[in-house]
Write a protein of this length. Structure first.
Length: 234
């Protein structure tokens, strides 16, 4: 098994993006970028007992009498930033949830995979204007692209530090990166600890969602603001 590149190959490779594949089911389990012999370093790290999903899988492959398959996806890249971009695109395409990577690709939050509706919302979203009584919940820290619709609902409804004004709100809106993502009817509130409240609700009607979804509220959530909740018309 090859465990290093010849010096001449290293000099020609430049920065590169690579992936590791499980020989047993041909599934890619790790994407990375680097230079020199970086692609082979993971095998050496697996020799110690450091626990990690990636290293545990490598040890499992080796204990089965197999060898991890190494592939270079792109090479000859002139800058590390170029390698970062390709690495991030590969992670997005394969799906972060399908990999043993500890972090998403560089810049994936702003420039990573998005639906066409999200692209339109990002670059041409109209400012939210409504006469409805709504609460906005910034779920940036709870959000990931692989969330199911129920997981988005749970992230939106669950445990907020809110006061009596909550009782005036009819709709709850999930907000991610300054754009409204989903809209729920608030049925009631339940206390979830000291001064923490969660609402029970359900997905709003299509007409309401059309009015409130994919609108910009960046003017209400200024960069660095600590409070993740905003009231509109309440």
């Amino acid at each position: 098994m090859t465990n290093s590149f010849p010096q001449l190959a290293i000099e020609e490779l430049g920065y590169y993006v690579y992936f590791l594949r499980d020989p047993r089911d041909k599934k890619i389990f790790y994407v990375g970028k680097g230079s020199g012999n970086r692609i082979f370093d993971h095998i050496g790290c697996a020799l110690n007992d450091t626990p990690s999903e990636k290293l545990d899988l490598i040890r499992e492959i080796q204990n089965a009498g197999k060898s991890v398959e190494h592939f270079v996806l792109r090479h000859g890249l002139k800058t590390e930033s170029h390698a970062f971009e390709i690495e991030a695109a590969a992670i997005d395409l394969i799906g972060f949830q399908n990999l043993a990577n500890l972090q998403r690709g560089h810049g994936s939050t702003d420039f990573g995979i998005k639906s066409t509706a999200e692209i339109i919302a990002m670059y041409s979203a109209q400012q939210l204007e409504t006469n409805l009584d709504v609460m906005l919940f910034n779920i940036n820290k709870r959000f990931n692209r692989e969330m199911t619709s129920d997981e988005i609902y749970q992230a939106t409804r669950y445990k907020w530090l809110v006061g009596q004004r909550r009782n005036k709100a009819k709709y709850a809106i999930a907000v991610y990166r300054g754009i409204t993502r989903e809209v729920y009817v608030i049925q009631d509130w339940v206390q979830d600890g000291d001064n923490l409240w969660s609402f029970n609700g359900y997905l709003a009607d299509e007409d309401v969602r059309h009015e409130l979804q994919h609108k910009s509220v960046s003017n209400l959530f200024l960069r660095g603001a600590q409070n993740p909740v905003r009231y509109v018309k309440c």
